[in-house]
Design a protein around this ligand. Structure first.
Ligand SMILES: C[S@@+](CC[C@H](N)C(=O)[O-])C[C@H]1O[C@@H](n2cnc3c(N)ncnc32)[C@H](O)[C@@H]1O
Length: 264
């Protein structure tokens, strides 16, 4: 009923793993996805734990029914309240600082700020809807928060929950291996990230900017900041707006870029 993807590794430090509970009709979907790459290693190291609870296990009738027709008619089925609430109640993380979050296109849009906020908690419980969604009474009385991963409709909450798990868990200390790296990334300071290059320095005639090979750290930092600003201005006017007014240094960077281009 209550399946744990990977248990805590007791020989790590005494910090409890960041605990993720996913309430889903498709436990394997979630278990499979979190077992790879960085999240898989974080699970093995006991930095995070992922638990899945299937509402179907709490359905009481012979057919293990979890959905029913909507009152008032209309297309599609609605997830019934009894098994879903029993599953939420079975999640010991449904209390305290660990919120119960419903994945929903009507929720607040997921941002890096929300991901960082959630990563500072002891854990999260994510409820995945299916069919037309869940009974409104569950939403009103058992859900603390609703999060959307974008203005489009998925067939179920599982891909959305996986997006939240990934964005949140990579911010849990130790998960990325290098705790400093999230600070450099897109959105961390309200800008998109600067471009990256690796070897070879000349790939089919396309060259890496000279400055990155100059070894001059201050100039490289300055170039990166300029590129982050320029990229944000051209691609995300909404973020650019929020960066206003620019600091004196950033204003100078942008003015210089507009006058001379990337080379300075
Ligand atoms: C087919 S959708 C239901 C859509 C619902 N009838 C509506 O129009 O808002 C089934 C489930 O997928 C999940 N879902 C769909 N789109 C989502 C999104 N953009 N963000 C988060 N969850 C989403 C929700 O859990 C939802 O209950």
């Amino acid at each position: 009923m209550f399946r744990v993807c990977e248990s805590m590794n007791s020989d790590t430090d005494s910090r409890q793993p960041f605990r993720v509970t996913v309430i889903t009709l498709f436990p394997e979907y979630v278990e499979q996805a979190v077992s790879h790459s960085i999240l898989g290693r974080a699970l093995a190291a006991g930095l995070i734990s992922v638990h899945v609870i299937n509402p179907r296990d709490y359905a009481t009738n012979r057919h293990k029914t979890v959905d029913d027709y909507p009152f008032g008619g209309g297309a599609g089925m609605v997830m019934k309240p009894e098994p879903l609430v029993a599953a939420i109640e079975a999640s010991c993380e449904s209390k305290g600082t660990s919120p119960v979050i419903f994945m929903s296109p009507a929720g607040e849009p997921l941002t890096q700020v929300i991901a960082a906020e959630l990563s500072n908690l002891t854990g999260i419980t994510l409820v995945c809807g299916h069919y037309e969604g869940i009974d409104e009474r569950v939403r009103e009385h058992w859900i603390d928060r609703e999060i959307s991963i974008g203005d489009y409709v998925l067939t179920g909450g599982e891909p959305a929950a996986l997006v939240v798990i990934d964005a949140v868990c990579r911010l849990v200390p130790g998960v990325l291996g290098n705790d400093a790296s999230p600070e450099d990334e897109s959105f961390s300071d309200g800008t998109l990230e600067y471009p990256h290059f690796t070897r070879p320095s000349d790939f089919r005639g396309f060259k890496v900017p000279d400055i990155l090979m100059s070894g001059h750290h201050a100039k490289i930092e300055d170039w990166r900041r300029t590129m982050a600003l320029v990229r944000t201005r051209s691609r995300r006017p909404d973020l650019w707006e929020r960066l206003q007014p620019l600091s004196k240094e950033d204003r100078k960077r942008i003015d210089t870029y507009d006058r001379l281009g990337e080379s300075k």
